[in-house]
Design a protein. Structure first.
Length: 323
């Protein structure tokens, strides 16, 4: 697979506008997280009803991703009490089916910090009715603060196989002052679990930063023939708020899910008529819908207006997804 033309990302065929569906005063449809149901595609997302606060909802589309069937306007999981890791926000990361009735929803919880802007760690909410309602597994994170993940361990993607669970997540590396403001850099690490709840981490990054100012976020992993592909967001914290360093799509490939080869940034080709609102491509998630790979992602300003879905083509390889 030639790095320069590995992917073709098509013009968005789905646009979900947050204000249209949640009303005035709401912004953001961040980190779109799809879950395939029998007759629909449920997409979890995080809104901001006010500044510095986020909550999670879902929208149901038909299997063609053309018609909105339902929007859950109330938050599906309540934020934590004062001092808890998810006091100021809950944002979806990955939804995975355990059995026909049980869904694990991993989420990013965040709170402010006295010495730096915020801390982010991974929580778990569980549905026992097929994804309609959720309860927190615990008030504590399932992936929390350690000496090797002192700032954040979040934005995860989880794969389940016969041996258990494997997680890929963004790990905070440092906070640095950029033009009088503290900014966060991070790489991608992995963890393993037998039950999806208690995790053992390998603190060596599987996707390393190219430089100390880089942030790598929201890995999503899928399989094409004999290779695993990881798509993630990469940015430069020196100018990432809709600037020259804003989130773009990055990619790595692996044969065993453990050793990864990161491709150059030109692995993606996008159509020239990609809308101006998609100059930033943040928080990707790949899902197979009706036999086609769909890339869900946020556009400019970290999804302040909502989210998109584009079909992706990978050379002429047979497309499979074993999640």
């Amino acid at each position: 697979m030639a790095p320069h033309d590995l992917f073709l990302v098509k013009t968005p065929h789905l646009t979900f506008q947050i204000e249209e569906h949640l009303g005035q005063g709401f912004t953001h449809g961040q980190v779109p997280t799809p879950l395939l149901l029998n007759d629909r595609v449920r997409i979890f997302f995080a809104s901001r009803p006010r500044k510095n606060f986020s909550q999670t909802h879902f929208v149901d589309f038909d299997l063609e991703l053309k018609t909105v069937l339902h929007v859950e306007t109330s938050p599906i999981v309540e934020v934590g009490n004062a001092g808890h890791f998810d006091e100021f926000g809950i944002m979806p990361d990955c939804a995975i089916r355990i059995n026909p009735a049980t869904i694990f929803l991993y989420y990013s919880g965040w709170k402010s910090s006295e010495t730096y802007p915020h801390e982010n760690y991974t929580g778990l909410a569980i549905s026992k009715d097929g994804g309609n309602s959720f309860e927190k597994y615990s008030s504590e994170p399932v992936l929390g603060k350690t000496k090797d993940d002192p700032f954040s361990a979040t934005s995860c993607f989880v794969i389940r196989d016969g041996k258990g669970f494997q997680m890929f997540y963004s790990s905070g590396v440092s906070w640095m002052e950029i033009e009088g403001r503290l900014e966060h850099s991070y790489d991608i690490k992995c963890a393993w679990s037998s039950d999806g709840i208690k995790w053992d981490r390998n603190y060596e990054p599987i996707i390393k930063q190219r430089h100390k100012f880089e942030g790598l976020a929201r890995p999503t992993v899928f399989r094409v023939k004999e290779q695993w592909i990881m798509i993630f967001s990469e940015m430069d914290i020196r100018d990432f708020r809709d600037g020259a360093g804003s989130y773009q799509l990055g990619c790595a490939i692996s044969k065993d899910l453990r050793s990864w080869h990161r491709l150059e940034s030109n692995a993606f080709r996008t159509l020239k008529n990609l809308p101006e609102s998609c100059r930033m491509q943040a928080y990707p998630y790949v899902c197979l819908v009706n036999g086609e790979l769909n890339l869900f992602y946020n556009g400019n300003s970290f999804g302040s207006a909502g989210f998109y879905a584009s079909k992706i083509v990978i050379n002429d390889l047979e497309q499979t997804n074993e999640r």
